[in-house]
Design a binder for this molecule. Sequence first.
Ligand SMILES: *[C@@H]1O[C@H](CO)[C@@H](O)[C@H](O)[C@H]1NC(C)=O
Ligand SMILES: *[C@@H]1O[C@H](CO)[C@@H](O)[C@H](O)[C@H]1NC(C)=O
Ligand SMILES: *[C@@H]1O[C@H](CO)[C@@H](O)[C@H](O)[C@H]1NC(C)=O
Ligand SMILES: CC(=O)N[C@H]1CO[C@H](CO)[C@@H](O)[C@@H]1O
Ligand SMILES: CC(=O)N[C@H]1CO[C@H](CO)[C@@H](O)[C@@H]1O
Length: 453
Amino acid sequence: MRNSDSEQGLSSQALRKQIRRYILYCTVSLLMLITIISVLIPVISFLSASALLLPVNPYDRAKAIATDYVPFVEYTNYLPYKLSKIMEWKQFDSLLNLTNSPTRDSLVNLYKDHQLTLTTNIPKLQVGNVSVLVLTTGGSSDCNETTIFARTVSQMDLIRENIVKQHSNEMREVHASGEINKVFKTRKISVLTHIDGGHTIRDSLEVLQYYYTAGARIMTLASQKCPNKFIQSSNYKTIGGYTNGVSTPGKRIIIGMNKLGMVIDLAHCTESAITSALSVSFAPVIISSTGSKYLSSHEDNLSDEVLLLIKENQGLVIISQNPLQLSNKERLQFNKFKADNSTTPEEATMKMIKWEISSSSSRASVDDIVEHIDYVKTITNSCEYVGIGQGFENPNQPFTTSGAESSANHMTIAAALIQKGYDDTCVKNIMGLNFLRVLAKVEGVAKSIVSSA
Ligand SMILES: *[C@@H]1O[C@H](CO)[C@@H](O)[C@H](O)[C@H]1NC(C)=O
Ligand SMILES: *[C@@H]1O[C@H](CO)[C@@H](O)[C@H](O)[C@H]1NC(C)=O
Ligand SMILES: *[C@@H]1O[C@H](CO)[C@@H](O)[C@H](O)[C@H]1NC(C)=O
Ligand SMILES: CC(=O)N[C@H]1CO[C@H](CO)[C@@H](O)[C@@H]1O
Ligand SMILES: CC(=O)N[C@H]1CO[C@H](CO)[C@@H](O)[C@@H]1O
C-alpha cells in the first residue's frame, strides 16, 4: 500500500512537474508571441506607410501620398482679389461682355479674358489633390491705406460668404493647424486667409488684431506694388518705401504677429531686410514668391546665405511658379519686349503671353521648379525648408510656367519630385508638412509668449 502510495505520490509529483513545465512552456510561448506581435505591428504599419507598398508609377504614388497621408498645400491664391474685380466690373458692365479675342491688348481687358478661364476652381483643386488653400486678400496695386483696408475687409468677407459658404460640401474655413488634419480626414479643402501687404493694416496693431479675429493667419509685410513703412522692399528703388532693413514700427508689427500667432511672410524684401526681420522674430517665417539667386537672378530671389538663415530659423522658402522668376531666359525675353519704345507695358505683356504660347519648348517648366527646389534642398541639406505653390490667379502676374498652369498641377510637381528620386518623406514635407510645421510652431510661440507674459 505504502509502496503504491509513494508510487502514486511520485507519479503525482511527476504530473505536477509536467504541469509546471507545461505552464512555463505556455508562458514563454505567450511572451514570445507578444514580443513578435509588438515588433511586427510597427514594422508592418511602417512598411505600409512607406514606399514599398505605395504604387510604383510616380503619378499614382503622388496621388496615394496626397489622399492617404499629407494635405497638399496651395500657397497663395489670389482668387478673392480676382473675384472682387469681376464684381466691380459687373457694376460698370458694358465691359463684361467679353470674348477671348487676342486682339484686346489693354491690360484691363487682358485680365478680363483671363478671368473667363479661372485657373482655380473646385474641380481643378480636386484634380490637383489640394487640401489646404491659402487665399490672398489685399494684393492689388491700390496703395491708399484707407481704400486698401476696405478692399481687404471686403475680400475677407468674400472668402467666407462667397467662396467657402457657397461650397460648404467641399470647403471649410480654418484658423489653426490642428483643424487642418480634421478637415483633411473629411476630404474637404481647408481654406486659410492670407493678407498681402503690411500697408493694408494702416500702421495699426488694432487693425492687425482685427484681421486675426476675422480669421487671417498669414501676412506678407512687403508688397510688389506699394511702398512700405515697415520693411525694405526688393523693388524699393522703383516703388519707394523704407530703405534700411526693418523700421521700428516694422519691428512692432513682427512682434505683434508673433504674439497673435500669425505667420510672417517676407516675400519681396531685400536680403538685408530679411536678415534683420529674422533677428527680430521669435517664430519661424515663410519667404514665398521666391527662388534661388544662383539659378536665376530675379530681384526676389535668395542667396545661399539667406537660405541657410531660413534653415536656422526653421522657416520655409516657397518656390515661385512665376516663369520670370524661375528662368533667366523668360525674364530676359520679357525685358526685351518692355525695352521696345514703341510698345506700351500692356502690349509688352501681350507679346510675352504670345511668346509663351508659341515657344512652348523653351519656356520655364516644372523642371525649373524642381531645379529650384533641389537647389534649396542641396544648400540646406534637408527637405524641411522648401515648399511650392505660389501665386495662381495673381492679376499682377499673368505669365505661366509650363506644366504648372493651374491648381490642377500640384500632382504633376509631386510626381516630378518622385521621378527625380525624392523619397516619400521629402515629397510629403515639400507638398504640405513643412507648411503645417511652420503654422503649428508659430501658434506654439504665440502661446509661450502669452503664458510667459
Ligand atoms: C452681351 O451681349 C449680348 C449680345 O450682344 C447681349 O444680349 C447681352 O445683354 C450682353 N450682356 C451684358 C451683360 O451686357
Ligand atoms: C485715400 O482714399 C481716401 C478715400 O477715398 C481719400 O479720402 C484719401 O484722400 C486718399 N488718400 C491719399 C493719400 O490719396
Ligand atoms: C528708345 O528711345 C530712345 C530715346 O528716345 C532712343 O535713343 C532709342 O534708340 C529708342 N530705342 C528703340 C529700340 O527704339
Ligand atoms: C485629398 C484628396 O482630395 N484626395 C483625392 C485625390 O485624387 C483622387 C483621385 O482623383 C481622389 O480619389 C482623392 O480623394
Ligand atoms: C534679394 C536679392 O538678393 N536679389 C538679387 C537677385 O539678383 C539680382 C541680380 O543678380 C540682384 O540685383 C538682386 O539684388
